[in-house]
Design a protein around this ligand. Structure first.
Ligand code: ZN
Length: 195
């Protein structure tokens, strides 16, 4: 493993530990969270970052950088992180419930939920890009930006068809999709384009 990557991972582990969190790199294809297979996740409740590493380093490293971005949002209590909770409501929970057809949302509520998650994810991607530069990680920032944009765009798609894509269908795993995305800046907002 490249020295920069090892240094970054050591730093992540040590900073997580300072807050009673742990990093778990698991040599599997995917990890289950809420019964959904994912490439990795950050959980405030479980005090952990878990990453599935049975894939090329640059793929799982990109996921780690992203999930670590969520940890930093949490530690700093960034506005984008705090706005996920509105009184008793948690927009991420509402999103899951809506996606699983457990609840219905009015159009205005749905837009509120989606833009709040979009802002959370966009801020996380900005942090990820800074980390890539700061730690000199072997990830191309233009390609990362394209993948991040295709990920942000996924929320537009989900807004319309209410289906979370399977991992191999995620736009950031499909060069024919993400290579069409802007590479110098992140999308600023969801368009709610009906596709
Ligand atoms: Zn995220």
């Amino acid at each position: 493993m490249e020295r920069e990557v090892q240094k970054f991972i050591n730093q992540v582990r040590s900073y997580l530990k300072d807050y009673g969190f742990s990093l778990s790199l698991e040599p599997v294809d995917f990890i289950l969270t809420n019964n959904i297979p994912v490439s990795g996740y950050f959980s405030e409740n479980e005090s952990t970052i878990k990453i599935a590493t049975n894939k090329p380093l640059i793929q799982w490293l990109a996921i780690l950088v992203h999930e670590y971005g969520h940890f930093l949002q949490f530690i700093e209590q960034a506005p984008e992180y705090r706005q996920i909770k509105n009184g008793n409501e948690n927009y991420l929970d509402l999103f899951d419930l809506w996606l699983n057809h457990k609840i219905e949302l009015s159009d205005s509520k749905k837009q509120e939920v989606f833009s709040s998650i979009f802002n959370l994810e966009r801020d996380c991607e900005l942090r990820a890009l800074s980390l890539i530069t700061e730690y000199n990680l072997p990830l191309n920032t233009e390609e990362y930006t394209q993948k991040a944009n295709s990920y942000l765009q996924t929320y537009n798609q989900v807004y319309n068809n209410r289906i979370w894509p399977e991992n191999n269908q995620m736009a950031y795993n499909q060069p024919q999709v993400y290579l069409l995305m802007p590479k110098n800046e992140l999308l600023k907002e969801l368009q709610y384009v009906v596709s």
